[in-house]
Design a binder for this molecule. Structure first.
Ligand code: SUG
Length: 448
């Protein structure tokens, strides 16, 4: 049976703004309080989805969340009508209003961890929504994420959904941003690679000194258990704490894998040789030949990687077995990175082509091409069981583009978030979106 990797991209929500909310994420911190352009952000994302679809890749779309999150503000003690809740929060606790307005759900690599049916004990595709509990503005995403994923992958014969892990730092889970899967073909058993930043219960693992390590070993192990993965089909590795302290807040800022290839920076991991040997052994046992591609620090520094998002690229398999790398425009702007990429594609190795996309609106909050997509490997039968409303087509692209043009503002600052009219605009936009994507009622304002 045929099988595919389907990329579901997060549609940027209408409140996209630069809130400076993510300590440890250099771009989020340095662009704090700049004015943003939600319309441009959404159109940049849609252009990438359309381009990948046009190149023949399977492409889907994942809906944004209801923001401002009035219910979250009510839980923090702001009362009255919806407009009063927003006005009170703006007056008394602006950072909380900003957090409740973040469009951070666009970075759907953090929505969930996904294990394909070929790897799981019960032969279903498993999803665990990420609790994202390192940052308040992201910790409020998972209930809606679960409802949206449930509406996209509803068929219980093929899809199994797990609630987010307990919402404490010891089980900090950031989803697929710290998870990669290696395989010979998408429909065959693979090796799932979980990368953690620290251990919550075992002090033998070092921790970063400056910035938080968001993913714990205990969270990764819990996800593997929930998904019914076998010991032989899993490898755990620790991120180098020194790179977290340089702004590598997720592993997908310093490594990306696909098929039999791991494209990574020399400084990305601890105990790299041991990890490579384990990956190579386990991938061989499922019939594959592991191909690590290491980028040396002499060619590209960790700082270059953090600024250019070289590794936050999408590594895509083409029909002829070669691979294509989708990188953000910032890679072309960095001479060392761009030179490295020219050499890489010209070397006769597996990565043959680089395509560049302008995702500046998302990049300025630390979200590149890989952050914006959730990968789901599906066989033909499973793909046919996905809600067809969320699979990208030329007409859907047209409808979504027009929907953005009709509903989105082209400028957003902190003051705009305090405008109660914004809440009404967002709700009417999202109500229409659920009809376009045939999701049913998934937002709090639609179900309460
Ligand atoms: O969690 N930025 C996101 C970026 C997530 C990137 N995802 C991956 N690497 N997979 C984060 O730090 C910034 C929001 C703000 O500051 O307004 C933010 O949430």
């Amino acid at each position: 049976m045929k099988s595919y990797e389907v990329n579901f991209d997060g549609l940027v929500g209408p409140t996209h703004n630069y809130g400076g909310l993510s300590y440890g994420n250099v771009a989020s911190q340095s662009n704090s309080q700049q004015s943003s352009n939600p319309k441009e952000a959404a159109l940049q994302g849609l252009a990438k989805m359309k381009a990948l679809m046009d190149m023949g890749f399977q492409q889907g779309v994942l809906a944004p969340q209801e923001r401002p999150d009035v219910a979250a503000l009510r839980r923090l003690g702001f009362a009255g009508s919806d407009a009063q809740v927003i006005q009170r929060a703006a007056k008394e606790a602006m950072p909380l209003l900003v957090a409740s307005c973040s469009a951070s759900s666009m970075w759907v690599a953090n929505a969930a961890t996904v294990s394909p049916s070929a790897d799981t004990a019960d032969g279903r595709v498993h999803f665990t929504a990420a609790n994202l509990n390192c940052k308040y503005h992201r910790s409020i995403e998972h209930p809606t994420t679960s409802r949206v994923l449930g509406a996209m992958f509803a068929d219980q014969q093929h899809f199994a959904h797990h609630a987010a892990l307990p919402a404490v730092a010891q089980f900090g889970d950031e989803g697929a941003a710290n998870h990669t899967r290696f395989c010979r073909a998408y429909g065959e058993a693979g090796v799932e690679f979980f990368v953690f930043g620290r251990s919550a219960f075992d002090s033998r693992y070092p921790s970063p000194q400056k910035y938080p390590a968001r993913q714990t070993l205990e969270a990764s192990r819990a996800v593997a258990r929930l998904h019914g993965l076998s010991e032989e089909g899993v490898v755990y590795a620790q991120q180098n704490p020194a790179v977290i302290d340089q702004g590598v807040f997720h592993n997908d800022v310093i490594a990306v894998g696909n098929g039999e290839v791991l494209f990574y920076h020399e400084d990305a991991f601890l105990d790299t040789d041991k990890m490579l040997a384990e990956l190579s052994d386990k991938i061989a046992k499922v019939g594959g030949k592991f191909q690590p591609v290491c980028v040396p620090r002499s060619a590209v520094t960790v700082d270059d990687a953090v600024r250019s998002y070289l590794f936050n690229s999408q590594l895509l398999s083409r029909a002829d077995g070669s691979m294509l790398l989708i990188v953000p425009e910032e890679c072309r702007g960095n001479e060392r990175v761009w030179n490295y990429l020219q050499g890489l594609t010209g070397s006769g190795g597996v990565i043959r082509e680089v395509k560049v996309f302008d995702l500046k609106q998302s990049m300025q909050n630390g979200g590149g091409p890989a952050c914006l997509r959730l990968r789901v490997a599906l066989n033909e039968t499973e793909l046919a069981a996905v809600n067809p409303g969320v699979i990208m087509t030329a007409p859907l692209y047209e409808s979504l583009t027009q929907w953005v043009e009709r509903h989105y503002r082209d400028r957003m600052t902190e003051n705009d978030l305090a405008d109660p009219q914004l809440l009404l605009e967002c709700r009417s936009a999202l109500d229409e979106l659920t009809q376009i994507l045939k999701l049913g009622a998934v937002y709090p304002f639609q179900i309460n």
